[in-house]
Design a protein around this ligand. Structure first.
Ligand code: PHE
Length: 342
């Protein structure tokens, strides 16, 4: 028995000294097995208990328990220490710096079409215009008839327009809003109506869906001179102060006289280049003095009131401003392309 007690004491001393020296989890596990495992040294002693005289058993048993719990206590203290160190290490090495800016932030931006539309609206509102809206699915009456476009006019051709029924179509021009506003408003007024328009046309400078902005001024003594001054100012604000503006006679059934407006090419400033096909100028919009017929159709006294109107393509405006050769690229949504537009 004395031998057993000696043995137990030396196991305890040895084990505690070994555990103290351990610096990694793996060795700690091996030590755990070595002393407390099924084949462990302490278990072997416990097996020898049956040879101990019965009166000595409680004493030896108590000592075995004491040694066992001393070793267990030391091991779990070490385990705890390792776990703490592991956690501290993980926290230090996996630290996330929430103040660090992320590397790949792609910022969204306004598309070129609403961007130009907004610019145009800003310019016009600054000049006293009110922004109005109209339906995209329009009656033949407002789109054509009330605009003094007779039944046999080429722009009524089925090939140009998307008809829904015989009398309903997708509006081919924002001039349809003119007819509606002329019918309901009392002069004087100044309105613009930006929006989508539709024509059965598709190539590098035409899209079946495109945008226009219509402008209409009705008042007493409004003349072509007012229209020209206002358009020249508008074009300068849109394309830059150095822009030259040119007026050419034209024809629209709803304006008389009618003009077409060219601006000096923003790419070569009038010198002549590929964008303007060497002419130095680019055609930008249609305009004119409102045909008295249009006023009369809407019930406005054309002896008392006169007016002028203009209509411009939004895509065309952006193409000229950015020297874009193909309109379709504006609808492809390639962010690398769109990011460059002004
Ligand atoms: N509606 C014409 C077009 O689409 C443009 C225009 C508008 C011309 C107003 C004169 C006056 O071509």
């Amino acid at each position: 028995m004395a031998n057993m007690i000696e043995n137990l004491k030396s196991i305890k001393e040895k084990a505690l000294a070994e555990i103290l020296m351990i610096s990694d989890k793996k060795t700690l596990n091996e030590i755990k097995v070595k002393y407390l495992g099924k084949q462990g040294e302490l278990t072997a002693i416990l097996r020898g208990m049956r040879d101990v005289a019965s009166e000595d058993r409680p004493k030896v048993g108590a000592l075995v328990n004491e040694v066992r719990s001393a070793i267990e206590g030391q091991i779990s203290a070490k385990e705890e220490k390792f776990a703490e160190e592991e956690l501290a290490h993980a926290l230090a090495s996996q630290k996330v710096d929430i103040t660090e800016p992320s590397k790949f932030v792609k910022r969204g931006a306004i598309h070129a079409i609403p961007m130009i539309t907004d610019k145009l609206i800003d310019i016009c509102v600054d000049m006293g215009f009110t922004v109005v809206d109209g339906p995209e699915v329009e009656t033949d009456y407002y789109n054509f008839e009330a605009m003094n476009i007779p039944k046999n006019h080429p722009s009524r051709d089925m090939q140009d327009s998307f008809y829904v029924t015989e009398n309903i179509l997708l509006r081919t021009q924002t001039s349809a809003v003119q007819s509606r506003e002329l019918e309901t408003r009392k002069p004087p007024f100044k309105i613009i109506s930006p929006g989508k328009t539709y024509r059965n046309d598709s190539d590098s400078t035409h899209s079946p869906v495109f945008h226009q902005c219509e402008g209409l001024v009705v008042d007493e003594n409004v003349s072509m001179a007012d229209l020209k001054i206002m358009l020249a100012e508008m074009m300068k604000r849109l394309y830059g102060q150095g822009t030259q503006v040119r007026f050419r006679p034209s024809f629209f059934p709803f304006t008389e006289p009618s003009i077409e407006v060219d601006v000096s090419c923003p790419n070569c400033h009038g010198e002549g280049c590929k964008t303007c096909k060497g002419t130095g100028f680019l055609e930008i919009l249609g305009a004119g003095v409102v045909n008295p017929r249009v006023l009369e159709i809407a019930g406005i006294d054309s002896k008392k009131y006169t007016g002028f109107a203009f209509g411009m393509g939004i895509e065309r405006t952006s193409m000229v401003l950015n020297s874009i050769p193909d309109l379709r690229t504006m609808f492809k949504n390639d962010i690398r392309f769109l990011n460059q537009l002004k």
